[in-house]
Design a protein around this ligand. Structure first.
Ligand SMILES: [Fe+2]
Ligand SMILES: [Fe+2]
Length: 150
């Protein structure tokens, strides 16, 4: 369980770094920069929440199948995106699309994870994280539509 929460926290942390990297690449665009920085802040906060949850006693979790492999795959994808962002210059459009699809996957993992908890507080926490991802997706999509209307 601890391993699962730690991997989730690492994904949040990697997302935070992705958004910070995106903020750095938008130095001339105040609005985009503010958007990415807000996202980065949210992800840092999610990572902290998950690291707190790790300290809860084992009985708070049901051993039911937690998607460790799913969350590991997600971590690999997030790290790959971060590496790409650091090495190559992405178009903002491309970066935004990648961020949206990562958020979508993470939202599914959070929502699915919430279902396996016996502990009400943890259930609620994962529900809230899933909702936070949903909000991120909404914000990113809205921004996308505004900048590149069809
Ligand atoms: Fe998050
Ligand atoms: Fe997010």
């Amino acid at each position: 369980m601890e391993e699962f929460l730690e991997t989730c926290a690492q994904v949040e942390h990697t997302m935070c770094r992705i958004y910070r990297q995106l903020a750095d690449s938008e130095r001339d665009n105040d609005r985009a920069r503010a958007l990415w920085l807000q996202m980065a802040k949210d992800e840092a906060d999610h990572a902290t929440q998950l690291r707190f949850a790790r300290c809860l006693p084992e009985e708070s979790f049901s051993a039911a199948d937690l998607s460790q492999s799913e969350v590991e795959t997600l971590l690999i994808k997030a790290q790959a995106l971060l590496d790409d962002l650091e090495e190559t210059s992405f178009s903002s459009r491309e970066a935004l699309k990648c961020a949206i699809s990562l958020e979508e996957e993470f939202m599914r993992v959070h929502a699915k994870t919430a279902l396996v908890f016996t502990d009400e507080k943890l259930k609620k926490r994962f529900d809230l994280l899933a909702r936070a991802d949903e909000e991120h997706i909404g914000t990113l999509r809205e921004y996308f539509r505004e900048i590149w209307p069809r």
